[in-house]
Ligand binder design. Sequence first.
Ligand SMILES: Nc1ncnc2c1ncn2[C@@H]1O[C@H](COP(=O)(O)OP(=O)(O)OP(=O)(O)O)[C@@H](O)[C@H]1O
Ligand SMILES: [Mg+2]
Length: 255
Amino acid sequence: MSDEPILATHGLTRRFGGLVAVNNVDFDVTPGEIHAILGPNGAGKSTLINLLSGEISPSEGQVLFHGKPIQGKSVRQIARMGIGRSHQKTNIFPRLNCLQNCELAGRIHMGGVFGSWRSRQRAQKVSERALDVLETCHLAHRAYTPAADMSYGEQRQLQIAMVLATAPSLMLLDEPMAGMGREETVQVTELLESLTDRYTLVLIEHDMDSVFRLADRITVMVDGCVLESGPTDQIRASEKVRDVYLGRHHEEATA
Ligand SMILES: Nc1ncnc2c1ncn2[C@@H]1O[C@H](COP(=O)(O)OP(=O)(O)OP(=O)(O)O)[C@@H](O)[C@H]1O
Ligand SMILES: [Mg+2]
């Protein structure tokens, strides 16, 4: 596989009034890797993802996907280019069943009207893919269960399935394990591990065990800036990271 970045940012900056949420960030993702973003609350992780998916525009700097700027493209256009994302808060249609949720995600991504013969064929493909991703996410037995009737952990898994349903080449996952118990966290970690040979992932996650197990590289953000970025072993051994992030995280966790 080529080591040319699939995605890169240069001097990426986003201000909200006087606050610099993302400050001059250079970040890249190479094909096939899991690149985790760590950082305390308010570090700018979600804002970075929002910039990568085009949900917000940079104040300065740029995002390149396969070497081309995404600036000026709509969220839907960027999704069609192959960037799929999940949100920190669960974002599903509670009354629809799992299959319908995945079909809807796939359809939105493909766009178009589903009336003609060709579009019926496309709809068929979307349905097949939806079943396929439910299988991948261990939710096939829940295909016809309304999302609202599932456990929180299953809903978070469905969220991942919905991203997969859009057939992304790059997945941006914002805290997929947020609010999960230990057992569910391990389950989702295993699910993400099973995706590693087929997908490139940017993963925001607070669960250290999962991050250290899954990530090839880690970028640590503090106050909008990159504190350190490198292979997982480097970050695990970094005193700077331990002092500034792990120390603070530990204090938060034990406060
Ligand atoms: N739309 C917005 N308007 C104003 N301020 C914002 C907005 N979005 C984010 N911020 C601020 O930017 C900073 C970074 O927020 P962000 O959500 O990116 O942090 P985070 O690292 O994802 O934190 P968490 O771990 O709590 O999810 C915070 O101070 C936040 O209050
Ligand atoms: Mg966040």
